[in-house]
Design a protein around this ligand. Structure first.
Ligand code: PLP
Length: 420
């Protein structure tokens, strides 16, 4: 459920008419709904109500906007971060350092040191080498780092290959077969308190089966580690729950996920941790765009050229992802169209041969389900500016990320004297 609905024939974000946002901020622009973010945060929390004090860490990579993080901080969420920059954002949003989990396969020494000094709650170690470096750096500061070992369970998540993370040939974590020996060596290191394991097998999972298979493997590993004498107090189950991008998608409900987790983990005796991203933010945002012009296509589907492009919303170009496209003021009829952006790449195509609301030049339209992995993946390709972001709360809205103009980007570039 989300709060982007038609009111008197015009699409609104909560109580704000989208044309009002376009008039004030211009297009393209991402628009987020606070009520939707809060609702999703609560639905996910309620889905886990059968667990004892689960730790909820919003996956910042899915939507790192400071105001979005603030909304989630107020909902009691911590953060899952994968870089020093994301850590800074989570802290700036008021999340407690203790509630931040630091994941990522390539943490630099500088990032680790900063995270240690900030008092980050947990490091999710992705290799033995990283664990050894973490122990050494913690020692250099006279600190103890709390950590879990991310394992790679070699399970096919059944999602797009580029967002699958739990297969043996993916770069993430350590192979589950080697986990006991690596865990034993890491546990023996000074300044490193190993307290459990983590996994995350991929994103946009539309079936619970691979998750359950992976969790069962982790259950066996937890027992094996305990049999070796290790004290396992935490297991981080990652994120990954899929959302509905198109009408016939049927992702698992958070409640079904929560029931499965409760069933599979009932004897583990650990504090469970979660890193949801898309399920919280995905349907809480749209990308508002304006049609530049409509030009004839080769068949009976014209090209609808919108002012948003692959640099603003990369998912269709990256993953062939589907985003529903709707006119802001639909007239009830339909047309067939190819929806494209202005960037000079054939890949800058949002949809081919799609049945859409009829639109013409200057009309406003939206791409739905753009709240996760949307603005955060934006680039300046073709020397386009960085797309702004707006947060709506009831009948008010605010620009929560300014448009960064091509001029500003150009101003950061310099021609060296010896080239002038
Ligand atoms: N945790 C980790 C380690 C991730 O890499 C990701 C994203 O792939 C997530 C959590 C969030 O995943 P999702 O947005 O699918 O919930």
């Amino acid at each position: 459920m989300n709060h982007f609905d038609l009111i008197n024939g015009v699409l609104h974000a909560e109580d704000v008419a989208l044309p009002d946002i376009a008039a004030a901020v211009g297009t393209p622009v991402y628009v987020y709904s606070r009520a939707t973010l809060e609702r999703h945060a609560q639905v996910f929390r309620n889905a886990l109500s059968g667990l004892d004090n689960p730790h909820l860490a919003f996956a910042v990579k899915s939507n790192p906007n400071l105001a979005v993080l603030k909304v989630l901080a107020k909902q009691g969420y911590g953060a899952d971060v994968v870089s020093g920059g994301e850590m800074d954002r989570a802290l700036a949003a008021g999340m407690a350092a203790q509630d931040i989990v630091f994941s990522g396969v390539g943490k630099t020494a500088e990032e680790i040191l900063r995270a240690l000094k900030a008092g980050i709650g947990q490091f999710n170690i992705e290799s033995e080498e990283e664990g050894a470096e973490l122990a050494m750096l913690a020692g250099s500061l006279g600190l103890t780092a709390y950590a879990v070992l991310r394992i790679n369970p070699d399970v096919d998540a059944g999602t797009h290959g580029k967002i699958s993370t739990g297969k043996a040939d993916n770069k993430f974590g350590v192979g589950i077969d080697r986990a006991p020996e690596i865990y034993a060596r890491l546990s023996a290191l000074p300044n490193l308190h190993m307290r459990g394991v983590a996994l995350h097998i991929g994103s946009q999972l539309t079936s619970l089966e691979p998750l359950e298979t992976a969790f069962n493997k982790v259950g066996v590993l937890v027992q094996a580690l305990r049999d070796q004498g290790h004290i396992i107090t935490h297991v981080d189950l990652g994120g990954g729950l899929g959302v509905r991008y198109r009408a016939d998608d049927n992702p698992p409900e958070p409640a079904e996920y929560g029931d499965m987790v409760a069933r599979v983990t009932k004897d583990w005796g650990v504090r469970l941790m979660f890193e949801p991203g898309r399920v919280i933010a995905g349907n809480a945002g749209i990308l508002l765009t304006r049609v530049i012009r409509v030009k004839p296509g080769s068949g009976n589907a014209p090209f609808v050229i919108v002012d948003a492009a692959m640099n603003d919303l990369a998912r269709p170009a990256l993953y062939d992802a589907w985003h529903d496209f709707e006119a802001v003021a639909p007239n009830g009829q339909k047309m067939l169209a190819n929806i494209v952006g202005p960037v000079c790449e054939t890949g800058d195509t949002f949809a081919m041969g799609r049945e859409i609301d009829p639109v013409q030049a200057n009309d406003l339209a939206i791409f739905r389900t753009a709240g996760a992995y949307g603005a955060t993946m934006a680039s300046t390709y073709n020397s386009r500016g960085l797309v702004p972001e707006v947060l709506v709360d009831g009948d008010k809205f605010a620009v929560v990320a300014e448009r960064i103009s091509p001029e500003t980007i150009l101003a950061a570039e310099h021609v060296p004297d010896w080239l002038k």
